[in-house]
Structures are given as structure tokens and as C-alpha cells.
Design a protein around this ligand. Structure first.
Ligand SMILES: [Fe+2]
Length: 256
């Protein structure tokens, strides 16, 4: 499996604090069946702004430590990015770290309660430049839980969406769980990732979430969400053979 969203680099954000903790998270991921992790420290979120050069250096250090410890896992560079008006320029210049430096896909994180008012325009302008946002954990955004068709609109524009494995198993509460399952059922979630921050409260485990997704879309598609689809993303290739997004009917909204 490939985990494209993981705060695995030590000492750069609110993820792993030390190299030892990073290695322990890596061991857990390997035991869960993960072979590749994209390291995605927060970038430009107003609190953490890990420079791309630091991400590259830390990825190299962690890969060397993994080799030394004989842990069969590859770390690729990435970032968890807050969108702003200059995102496109920052991607072109390398100031923003795209997923595996493809300059094609990047993880786009929103504030926890709302989507930016002009998000469709911003996304559309990025897509015109062949830059495709991967929305991180839309199921955990209050506005999306209330109005999940906002994600239908964005996915219809061509963005990808990544839900958190722990949301599917209820680790982020009932609202996020229901929203995650609804997005999966309506082809509005393409990738499952851990968004892991630690070994205990937010661990790098995918299989439990994949199992929940399989109950909705079947084993093969749930597996694709952690294998073939993220593989195409880290390769910078077009993601092919996606099912068409389905608008969500009113009965799904909220918890009712
Ligand atoms: Fe994250």
C-alpha cells in the first residue's frame, strides 16, 4: 500500500517529534502492509511552514535511517498545503512541495470548518495549469458534513479527494464517519490515507479504514484507493478509470 498523507518527518510540525518516533511509526506502517509513505509536513498553514529544502533533507535522512534499521519502506517528499492566492506560483517555483515533486498533484488542506468562498475558481485556475489538488480529509470539514455536494462540485472539476482511514472507523466522530462513508459511496473519495501524526492517537494504519470502505464499494476498489490510485498520483500520471461522481441526495445530509 501507499500512504500519501503522513506527518512522518521528525521535528518539523505536529507529527513525529523525534527520529525514534518516526522509525516506530514506519515499523507500524510496514506491519500494516505499507511500502511507500509520502511525507507531508504542514506548509503555509500559518503555524508551520516547512521549507521544501528542509523536507527534502529530512526525507533523505529518514530513508538512510530506514536502510540502516533494515525497515523495508520508502519515504517520498510531499507537503500538506494551505491554499492561498499565490499557490500556483509557489508550486512552479518549488516553494510548495508537490507530491513526490511531480509538480502535478499536491495535498490541499482547508481550515477545519469551512471551504474558502472562491475555492472553485482557485481550483479551476490551477487545473488550467495542469496542477491537480488532492483535497485532504474533506469529511472532517464542518461545512462539507453539512453540504457534501460541495465536494461533488470540486470532484466534477477534476480534483481528487483523500479521506482519512480513521474517519471511516469512527476515530474522528460520527459526523466525519458518516460523511466519509457517504463520499466513498458516491465516488467522491479516491484515496484513503492515514494523516498519521504519532504512534498512538493518530497512527499510520490504513487496513482498518480500507476494510470499512470495502463494505461500501467492494474489496477491489477499496484496495485501489491505497494502491493503484496513489501510485498514479506519485508517478504524476493521470488517474484513470475513476467512476463518475454521483451527486448526494438530501437524505444523506447531516446525521439524520
Ligand atoms: Fe495532515
Amino acid at each position: 500500500m501507499i500512504d500519501i498523507h503522513c506527518h512522518i518527518l521528525p521535528g518539523v510540525d505536529d507529527g513525529a517529534k523525534t527520529l525514534e518516533e518516526s522509525l516506530e511509526m514506519c515499523r507500524m506502517a510496514v506491519a500494516d502492509g505499507v511500502k511507500t509513505i509520502v511525507a507531508t509536513p504542514h506548509q503555509h498553514d500559518g503555524v508551520y511552514n516547512t521549507p521544501s529544502a528542509t523536507i527534502l533533507a529530512k526525507v533523505e535522512q529518514l530513508n538512510a535511517a530506514l536502510k540502516q534499521a533494515q525497515i523495508p519502506l520508502t519515504i517520498l517528499p510531499g507537503a500538506d498545503v494551505y491554499i492561498d492566492v499565490n499557490t500556483q506560483e509557489k508550486i512552479t517555483s518549488g516553494e510548495i512541495m508537490t507530491i513526490n515533486r511531480t509538480k502535478r498533484y499536491f495535498l490541499l488542506e482547508f481550515p477545519s470548518h469551512t471551504l474558502p468562498a472562491n475555492i472553485e475558481n482557485m481550483v479551476f485556475n490551477l487545473m488550467l495549469k495542469n496542477i491537480i489538488p488532492v483535497l485532504t480529509h474533506p469529511e472532517r470539514i464542518g461545512e462539507v458534513q453539512q453540504h457534501p455536494n460541495r465536494i461533488y462540485d470540486l470532484v466534477s472539476l477534476g480534483v481528487l479527494s483523500q479521506i482519512t482511514a480513521m474517519s471511516l472507523t469512527g476515530g474522528f466522530g460520527r459526523h466525519a464517519q458518516k460523511c466519509a462513508k457517504t463520499l466513498v459511496e458516491h465516488n467522491l473519495a479516491h484515496i484513503i490515507a492515514s494523516d498519521a501524526h504519532s504512534i498512538d492517537s493518530r497512527p499510520p494504519i490504513l487496513t482498518k479504514g480500507v476494510k470499512e470502505a470495502a463494505k461500501i464499494v467492494g474489496h477491489d476498489w477499496a484496495q485501489a484507493m491505497v494502491t493503484t490510485i496513489p501510485q498514479q498520483v506519485i508517478s504524476g500520471q493521470p488517474v484513470e478509470d475513476l467512476e463518475a461522481p454521483v451527486p448526494i441526495k438530501r437524505r444523506w445530509f447531516g446525521l439524520g
